[in-house]
Design a protein around this ligand. Structure first.
Ligand SMILES: Cc1cc2nc3c(=O)[nH]c(=O)nc-3n(C[C@H](O)[C@H](O)[C@H](O)COP(=O)(O)OP(=O)(O)OC[C@H]3O[C@@H](n4cnc5c(N)ncnc54)[C@H](O)[C@@H]3O)c2cc1C
Length: 371
């Protein structure tokens, strides 16, 4: 019987494998891709969709279409658990587990929400990216009835991008006033670099985002936000952008994981205890040295993951992944402005966003398979 490659998630680390699925099929292998949506959304352009710079169609990959056109099977479901002994994956759409010979995991990460608040329909997390579209529509709808208070909780990259793009949304698409308040903890972008933080603050505050720093959010109850210093604020819509953790699927399946719960992989992006399980992107913990949860690494892992999945099926030699050097950072702050940083060069303004927009559009065009 033909060997079966099963892929969990069609995320950023699976782009090259998905684009070359026909090679697996031509070589006599079966391929199944499991994903909860027919599309995968490109996170780098997600805040721009929230602000209205991009239409949802501009920023999504047609995963189902790509898989089916290449002759693979697309299963619209969430993978729930992995049984590495029987080599099966359980999914939400069926009681029948899916058998695999080689498994590749690109199930990404999520924002843990229970830190301060119960899930509620006025709270949105920075991921999944598609939820940002729902948030955009909700803010527009609310602003047709009343002035709106929006709170963004978090001081890192996703929080500043969400705040800047809600401000853009407020300026261009909302009927009544929308006030954007960013709860940035002690200081925004404190884990990145002071200069980047200063520039983000300058551009956001200059456009009217109210930046509240010096104290962390302690709890959120309904529409009330309480800080550790006792100050209280009202917000109609709250974005939870406090950093991500890897998919829980590996912890729950009893596989070897890193300190953050990500699938523990060696230099070949291969599970340290199950050689026929591979992974990439935010859902792994790279044993040779933990990697930042940025799409850049997922993108860099693409060719190695593709080669190693094929090598594992064919019984040939695996290739090591090297994370590479320092990566380019560009933050989209809305209003066509951004902050750029690489090596010793850091600047803000329209040029920074223009560069990001060019890079992002080029990347998505390469893999998108527009319908
Ligand atoms: C708002 C925001 C902006 C960002 N901007 C940038 C940026 O500009 N540049 C950058 O480098 N990084 C950026 N990042 C970080 C970046 O999002 C992540 O590093 C990147 O998404 C990781 O890619 P991934 O494919 O591993 O995970 P994801 O993008 O999370 O993709 C995972 C895929 O797996 C699917 N999936 C999830 N669970 C399951 C399951 N159980 N079963 C099957 N499928 C599943 C999901 O539907 C999704 O399609 C940003 C993050 C956020 C939140």
């Amino acid at each position: 019987m033909s060997k079966h490659l099963v892929m969990i998630g069609g995320g950023h680390a699976h782009m090259v494998t998905l684009a070359n699925l026909n090679t697996f099929i031509t070589n006599g292998f079966n391929v199944t891709v499991i994903q909860p949506s027919d599309y995968h959304y490109y996170s780098g352009m997600g805040p721009g969709m929230l602000g209205g710079t991009y239409h949802p169609d501009d920023i999504r990959f047609a995963t189902r279409k790509v898989v089916e056109q290449a002759g693979g099977t697309f299963v619209r479901a969430k993978a729930e658990s992995i049984d590495p002994v029987n080599q099966t994956v359980s999914v939400t759409s069926s009681d029948e587990p899916i058998p695999y010979d080689v498994l590749s995991c690109n199930a990404g990460s999520f924002v843990p929400q229970d830190q301060f608040a119960e899930a509620s329909d006025n709270i949105y997390t920075a991921k999944p990216i598609e939820a940002l579209l729902e948030a955009r529509n909700k803010i527009i709808e609310l602003s047709q009835k009343q002035p709106v208070e929006v709170a963004v909780v978090g001081g890192g990259p996703s929080a500043v991008e969400v705040a800047g793009n809600v401000q853009q949304l407020a300026e261009h698409d909302c009927q009544q006033s929308v006030n954007v308040r960013l709860f940035g903890g002690k200081k925004i972008m404190s884990k990145i670099a002071p200069r980047i933080g200063e520039l983000c603050e300058k551009y956001l505050a200059g456009r009217g985002v109210d930046i509240v720093c010096g104290s962390y959010v302690e709890r959120i109850e309904g529409t009330q936000i309480t800080l550790e210093n006792g100050n209280e604020y009202h917000a109609d819509i709250i974005f939870h952008c406090v950093g991500v953790v890897p998919s829980r699927i590996f912890l729950e399946s009893g596989l070897a994981t890193g300190p953050d719960g990500g699938l523990l992989v060696n230099e070949y992006l291969q599970s340290v205890d199950h050689p026929n399980i591979f992974g990439g992107g935010d859902c792994i913990y790279f044993e040779p040295g933990g990697l930042d949860k940025v799409g850049v690494y997922a993108v860099r892992q693409n060719p190695v993951l593709y080669q190693n999945l094929m090598a594992s099926l064919e019984g040939t030699e695996l290739h090591p992944f090297s994370p590479g050097g320092k990566y380019l950072l560009i933050y989209n702050l809305g209003n066509g402005e951004g902050v750029f940083s690489k090596y010793f060069v850091t600047f803000g303004g329209k040029m920074a966003f223009t560069i990001k927009d060019y890079i992002d559009r080029k990347f998505i065009k390469e893999f998108q398979a527009i319908e």
